[in-house]
Design a protein around this ligand. Structure first.
Ligand code: HEM
Length: 130
C-alpha cells in the first residue's frame, strides 16, 4: 500500500484543486442565477470529486497514522472543512439573495485557502507573524 503513497497524495492534491475550481464556477453561476447550475452533471460531478478528495485525505491520514488530536494543523483543516461545506451550501443552494450567496462564497473560498495553507505549512497558525 505504501508504494502508492505518492500517487494517493498527488490525487488528493489534484482533487483539491478541482474542488475549488468547480466551486468557483458554481458559486459564480449561483450569484448570477445562471440556469446551467441546475444541470444534472453540474450537480453530480463536484460531489463525486469532493467525495474522492475526502476519501483520499482519510486514506493519507490512516497510512501515516497521523491523527487530528496529535497534529493541530490537521484538526484545524478538518474544522475549516466543516465551515467550507456549510458556507458552500449557503453559496450554492440555501442563500436567498445573490448578496448572501456571494458573501458565503467569499467566506468558503477564504476557508479553502486556509485549508491549503495548513496542509502545506503543517501549521494552523501559519498566518501569524513568527
Ligand atoms: C477528510 C479531509 C482531509 C483529510 C483527512 C486530509 C488529510 C491529509 C493528510 C494526512 C495530508 C498529509 C500528507 C503528507 O504530509 O504527506 C494531506 C495533505 C494535503 N492536503 Fe489534505 N486532507 C483532507 C482534506 C483536504 C482538503 C479539503 C484540501 C483542500 C484544501 C486538502 C489539501 C491538501 C494538500 C494541498 C496537501 C499536501 C500538502 C503538502 O504536503 O504540500 N486536504 N491531507
Amino acid at each position: 500500500m505504501i508504494e502508492y503513497y505518492a500517487l494517493i497524495k498527488h490525487l488528493h492534491m489534484t482533487t483539491a484543486v478541482l474542488s475549488v475550481t468547480f466551486f468557483l464556477v458554481r458559486a459564480w453561476w449561483s450569484v448570477r442565477e445562471v440556469t446551467l447550475l441546475q444541470r444534472r452533471w453540474v450537480r453530480i460531478l463536484p460531489h463525486v470529486n469532493d467525495t474522492l478528495l475526502l476519501v483520499l485525505g482519510v486514506t493519507l491520514m490512516v497510512m501515516l497514522s497521523m491523527w487530528p488530536h496529535q497534529h493541530p494543523w490537521l484538526a484545524a483543516k478538518l474544522l475549516a472543512l466543516f465551515g467550507y461545506i456549510l458556507l458552500g451550501t449557503v453559496a450554492i443552494k440555501r442563500g436567498r439573495s445573490p448578496m448572501t450567496r456571494g458573501l458565503a462564497a467569499l467566506g468558503a473560498i477564504t476557508l479553502f485557502c486556509y485549508m491549503l495553507g495548513t496542509a502545506v505549512t503543517k501549521d494552523p497558525l501559519f498566518l501569524l507573524p513568527t
